[in-house]
Design a protein around this ligand. Sequence first.
Ligand code: NAD
Ligand code: TYD
Length: 337
Amino acid sequence: MHILVTGGCGFIGSNLIRMLRRARPTWKLVNLDALTYAGNVENVKDVGEDEHCAFVHGNVANAALVAGLFARYDFASVLHLAAESHVDRSIVGPQLFVETNICGTHTLLEAVRAHANVRFIQVSTDEVYGSAASGQCFTEATPLQPTNPYAASKAAADLLALAYQRTYGLDIVVTRCTNNFGPYQFPEKLIPLMCINALEDKQLPIYGDGAQERDWLHVEDHCSALLAILERGKSGSTYNIGTGQTCTNLTIATRILAHLGKPDSLIRHISDRPGHDRRYALDSARLRSELGWMPRYGLGDALTKTIDWYVENRGWWERVLSGAYRTAPANEFPSRA
Ligand code: NAD
Ligand code: TYD
């Protein structure tokens, strides 16, 4: 059985491919990735390339390429992770987010529509719900109120996916996960950026007062949820994936500094992100009760383990930061021209 994984050279995608190779060794994975600044083949180097794991360098919004892949492989399902994923970049340049996250998802949905019996998992984010009030936990019924271009592009893609499920009777599920952390995360997101800056004795930039809260989930717990949803999730459903526990950005930064034996004086409060969501918190009762999913990691131990990974894998992030993997623009988006 062939499974298409999009974005398999990124942070979550590479962890997912590693986990699927272990957990479902007979599956044949096809990893379609454009190798943007955020994706690199070293992230899945240990998995190797063979008949169980093929890599295709290409853009999910390239309809001809996607149609060709669907003609060549008899896909049973698609795990769609490819995306522009960083909020700050979406504020500076939203167009690529529209092209990849909305048009790219639409291209894949069209390919699914043209082939019978393909299950499509739209991997999305809790950011589509907007900012949670104090004490509030988003359920799947919470109205969508995205507040930044990244979140809006993901919400649009989710709605397209659900509309295709209803209109065309396709087998489609949407997942919405909280903030992930773990190995191979591009060092522009909070946790790897703070680890690396602390290791380099550089300042840790905290937006505003740093009291914003996020519901942090270890990437392997996200991957185990995606496998459960792929195998047993109900078509047309949305599943939230999170711990329900929140932590402030300032707490994350001070824990990283403490673990690395660095002074709190490295923390520097800087201007806040425009439209910054104050709080994300997710209720994942549906996933827990219907599919029996539970997170394996608590924030404390998993954060320590993650910090140690960045300490031990200096070569990886030095190459990433030096732009050694910048192979991308084999693509046709006007905004990249
Ligand atoms: P990432 O930025 O680390 O990786 C994205 C991957 O997609 C990269 O390998 C990149 O090369 C590839 N890609 C980008 N544009 C592409 C295109 N047009 N065609 C093909 N490949 C393309 O992102 P991530 O953190 O691994 O996130 C993966 C998915 O999970 C995204 O859909 C994101 O919205 C979602 N998500 C992420 C988080 C999180 O905390 N990181 C939380 C919830 C949901
Ligand atoms: P980030 O990792 O970018 O994820 P998201 O915006 O998707 O939640 O940011 C997590 C939180 O950390 C968010 O509240 C913004 C904040 N943040 C900083 O304070 N400083 C930084 O340098 C970064 C990258 C993020």
